[in-house]
Design a protein around this ligand. Structure first.
Ligand SMILES: [Fe+2]
Ligand SMILES: [Fe+2]
Length: 287
């Protein structure tokens, strides 16, 4: 190897270490504005050539709780306020709940990049691109909340969202199955109904925001599908039955209707997975 080539290799490793440090600092950042800026910087200044070397770095020592602001106060899901969408307070409550999901989604995408070493370079590029999308989704919702005289942190929020990240922190296969293909896929299922309800009360600005989010979340779920199948193939596992087994083990409360078959198919759910999901829902309904 020439000195120049050795120098180039060293530079890529240094660049990968810098990228990992920047990812970690974005993950740890507690203030929303600073986290958004950090993610924007990561995505805009991404050195693609550093990604293969990032994949080879050992995962950094990472706690289980990424940075989040002291507000919103986290409460049991049943204590999150729900109001009718005919009032501004009702729309603020809904948009605040979704903003909280998007804030968690930024941390989840960064967490995937940091926690799971040894994946192909494309894995890190995919999840960095998701972090950039989630930051934009959060910003759109924050703007919409401001338009309605509110802000992120004004209301209590669901304390359960990060639990799935903790349950799957030791296994990239489980993470890919349970976070994008359950939590983000849930967004595909319920967002069309929210859009209809917001349209019915004439809140077209919020409708426009949720339409952007719904469309872009299809890609996130598809990314989850692709990497879930990649992990299954590496371990010689059959993906459809593995997915259902993971649901049984890690998400025993089950998936509730509605299921957005069309969006999930676009996100590469197989016909047999959708069939099994519907059968599972029917079994839960009959006890
Ligand atoms: Fe999102
Ligand atoms: Fe997402």
């Amino acid at each position: 190897m020439s000195i120049a080539a050795a120098g180039g290799l060293l530079t890529r490793q240094q660049s990968a270490r810098q990228l990992q440090a920047a990812l970690r600092s974005a993950w740890s950042e507690t203030m929303p504005a600073a986290k958004l800026q950090a993610v924007h910087g990561l995505w805009q200044q991404l050195d693609h050539a550093a990604l293969p070397a990032l994949a080879e770095l050992p995962a950094p020592a990472l706690g289980l709780q990424p940075g989040r602001p002291s507000q919103p106060q986290l409460v049991h899901p049943a204590s999150v306020p729900r109001r009718r969408l005919g009032s501004v307070a009702g729309r603020v409550a809904l948009l605040h709940a979704i903003a909280h999901i998007e804030f968690n989604a930024i941390n989840l995408a960064l967490d995937a990049c940091l926690r799971f070493a040894g994946m192909p370079a494309a894995f890190y590029l995919d999840w960095l691109s998701v972090a950039a999308d989630e930051a934009r989704h959060f910003r759109l919702l924050q703007q919409r909340l401001q338009d309605l005289g509110a802000g992120y942190g004004d209301l209590p929020a669901h304390d359960g969202l990060w639990q799935m990240a903790i349950k799957t922190a030791d296994d990239v296969l489980a993470r890919m199955a349970l976070v994008p293909r359950v939590l983000e896929a849930r967004g595909l299922d319920v967002t069309p109904g929210m859009i209809d309800r917001l349209r019915a009360v004439g809140d077209d600005d919020s409708v426009a925001v949720l339409q952007v989010i719904l469309e872009e979340e299809v890609r996130h779920v598809e990314i989850g599908t692709r990497w879930f199948r990649h992990c299954c193939a590496r371990r010689g596992l059959e993906p459809d039955t593995t997915f259902i087994e993971l649901l049984d083990r890690l998400h025993p409360d089950g998936i509730k209707p509605p299921i957005n078959d069309a969006a999930r198919r676009r996100a590469e759910f197989s016909a047999s997975e959708l069939h099994m999901l519907h059968a599972r829902i029917a079994r839960q309904a009959t006890g």
